[in-house]
Design a protein around this ligand. Structure first.
Ligand code: ZN
Length: 666
């Protein structure tokens, strides 16, 4: 075979020299055959699709194949212009080479692969590696990443940039094997399982109107994310669903009602609506979903950052079907509508399993349903994420490192006490310590500790559960709440016999919790001997970063601002935008006061444990009160004075007056 003075791109019409059976198998659209010096080389397509090993192949020395019609035609135009350099016809590094360099396959395995490629040019290198089961998928992806000098990453649904995902659409993302994972400025990070497919990356760049950086991920990760998002995707417009549902006739107050309702709840618009209600709540970070029948309409509200937002008013006709659907999901009796019921639902949203606690209550307009979202992701946060100021965090860290004694966290319902306690437990070494909890109810499943669920119906109350726990060689015990004398007494006993006890109380401030223990009937000397410290806390909403601006301070707040030395240019608020539902706030942060029971306090508890006396001593100890801690956060532009006032309102004028006095005397 004489050199014809040029290579031939297979895409162009080609001249077939001979057509023996031996050559026929080389037929492939994906390959470019290049003829140089009587040698046919299967070259990788330069840009795009899978790169294959290209190498000399003597068995093909006398022939090369076409790609389209395989007819005998003359070499024309472009094909003859291409003249490859000697280098380009040598072997192109491929994923098998990288695997070999990574030490994932042996030299023998590499030659075996090359042999397969030689024998079956239709079989690409990936197929060959998979057929021989030489390595796992992550290894193949890592090798691909290495080949293209990219980073390899595993992708979880929560890492995906939902905005860009929705813009590109589920089908586009799935078909093109890409996943938008992060936006930084005007650059989008895209994960792909086909890094060689530059056309797709170009297309993403065009569609997203951003620069694109690419990382390599697993094919299965893309499927996992698509599946997760597909589950929560609502196929048609919500209003269409509601319109559909209003056409559904509901049978009222008949014997056979339950069956009808069940049938009706099985119809897809109801399922879609309820799925949407739940998945949307989780996406919005809501802690509770309220489904409330009113006289003329059905109201759905979400509690977000501690405040209820109305999400939708729907026709009242939808109510029975929705309630039935929720009840079916929670395994409740759908025919019982006159008594309150409780149940649980486990859902998967964005690939994460989330528990929901359902409670129904008969009201004058029908059953009201409240669904609490128990997302363990929101409760297991790092100590540094609690928002404690450095000194409070140091004191708290010291407290949870103590070997024995009682540490109380106090505040009203919804003040973040559980998050603080779980975070404290999460800091401890679950491998070396026996961490146990007694809770009612166990809301969040934690794998690093033993959790006991109270069941008063069968006599397993806090007191008896605690006594049993003490026989289980515990190091740290977390008691959901100290409500009665028996629990308090057992907690004191546990603390005095060498255990660290964490618990909560419902009191307004740290000092009041000591008085509260006395009121429950614990002798002051026992409190003085066992109590290590009390952390009082509230949650304040954080100013929305999207619409944060300097603002005029209100008359009410001005008094505090002036005393606290807050300059007018330090007073921020959120003007309201889409990101914060016009509330001006997004997310919450804790404000804390940490009372450490030192010698002076022990003495005082023994002598005079009245609230006022303890409060005065706390202020004299120089530690910040919750209110002062809130003011620190106002000065840092994290929250507003109004917000700090709102959450500390319940805890008495006394505290604020002390604050005003203190500031005045400076
Ligand atoms: Zn905003």
């Amino acid at each position: 075979m004489p050199a014809c003075g040029g290579g031939v791109w297979s895409r162009s019409r080609m001249h077939v020299v001979s057509s023996s059976e031996q050559e026929r198998f080389a037929k492939s659209r994906m390959h470019k055959t290049v003829l140089v010096g009587g040698v046919v080389i299967i070259m990788a397509r330069i840009f795009g699709f899978k790169r294959r090993g290209s190498r000399t192949n003597n068995s093909l020395a006398n022939g090369y194949m076409d790609d389209d019609d395989g007819g005998d035609e003359e070499i024309t135009g472009l094909s003859q212009l291409y003249c490859p350099e000697q280098d380009s016809v040598s072997h192109t590094r491929d994923v098998a080479d990288v695997l070999s360099e990574m030490g994932k396959i042996t030299a023998d395995q590499l030659s075996e692969l090359r042999q397969i490629q030689k024998e079956k040019p239709n079989c690409d290198i990936f197929q060959a590696i998979r057929e021989l089961k030489l390595v796992d998928e992550p290894d193949i992806s890592m090798a691909q990443a290495g080949l293209y000098d990219m980073e390899f990453r595993r992708i979880e649904p929560e890492q995906v940039d939902r905005g860009v995902f929705d813009k590109l659409g589920l089908d586009y993302v799935r078909n093109n094997r890409i996943m938008p994972i992060a936006v930084r400025g005007d650059t989008l990070m895209v994960a792909t399982s086909r890094p060689a497919d530059l056309f797709v990356i170009e297309d993403v760049k065009r569609q997203a109107r951003m620069n694109v950086v690419t990382v390599v991920c697993l094919d299965e990760d893309i499927d996992k994310v698509c599946e997760a998002f597909n589950d929560e995707k609502i196929d048609c417009d919500l209003d269409d669903i509601i319109n559909d549902m209003t056409e559904v006739e509901v049978v009222q107050d008949h014997e056979e009602e339950s069956e009808d309702l069940e049938k009706m709840a099985g119809q897809s618009p109801v399922i879609k609506f309820v799925n949407y209600l739940i998945s949307n709540a989780i996406r919005e970070g809501a802690s509770d979903i309220h489904i409330e029948p009113k006289e003329k309409f059905l109201r759905t509200r979400y509690r977000i950052d501690g405040v209820l937002f109305e999400m939708r008013q729907s026709p009242l006709k939808m109510h029975p079907a929705i309630v039935s659907r929720v009840k079916i999901m929670a395994n409740l009796d759908i025919s019982e509508r006159r008594l309150p019921q409780d149940g649980k639902i486990k859902v998967s949203v964005g690939g994460r399993a989330i528990d929901l606690r359902v409670s129904t209550l008969p009201t004058n307009h029908g059953e009201k349903v409240v669904i609490r979202v128990l997302d363990s992701k929101s409760i297991l946060i790092g100590l540094d994420k609690l928002g404690m100021e450095p000194d409070a965090m140091a004191a708290f860290s010291e407290q949870i490192a103590l070997p024995h004694g009682i540490l109380l966290v106090t505040g009203p319902t919804g003040s973040g006490k559980s998050t603080t306690l779980y975070t404290a437990l999460g800091q401890m070494d679950g491998e070396k310590l026996n961490l146990s909890t007694v809770e009612d109810p166990v809301e969040y499943q934690l794998d690093f500790c033993n959790q006991v669920q109270i069941n008063e119906k069968i006599g397993l109350d806090f007191g008896s559960a605690l006594r049993s726990l003490l026989r289980q060689d515990p190091d740290v015990i977390m008691i959901g709440e100290i409500r009665d004398n028996e629990t308090a007494r057992t907690a004191v006993q546990a603390a005095l016999t060498g255990h660290l006890v964490l618990s909560t109380l419902h009191t307004n401030d740290a000092a009041a919790s000591i008085t509260r223990l006395v009121d429950i009937g614990i002798e002051p000397y026992l409190i003085a001997a066992s109590l290590n410290g009390v952390l009082a806390q509230r949650l304040v909403r954080k100013i929305c970063p999207e619409c944060k601006q300097v603002c005029e301070v209100s008359e009410h707040a001005a008094r505090y601002a002036k005393k606290a030395g807050i300059k007018p240019e330090q007073v921020y608020h959120g003007a309201g935008c889409d990101a914060c539902r016009d509330s001006g706030y997004v997310g919450r942060v804790g404000i804390y006061e940490m009372l450490v029971v030192d010698e002076q306090f022990r003495d005082m508890i023994n002598k005079d444990s009245s609230v006022n006396n303890l409060r005065r001593a706390f202020h004299e100890s120089g530690r910040r009160s919750m209110f002062d801690d809130g003011i620190v956060k106002v000065k840092r532009g994290l929250t507003t004075i109004e917000e700090v006032l709102r959450v500390t309102e319940v805890y008495g004028q006394n505290e604020k007056e002390v604050f005003i006095e203190n500031m005045g005397s400076d």
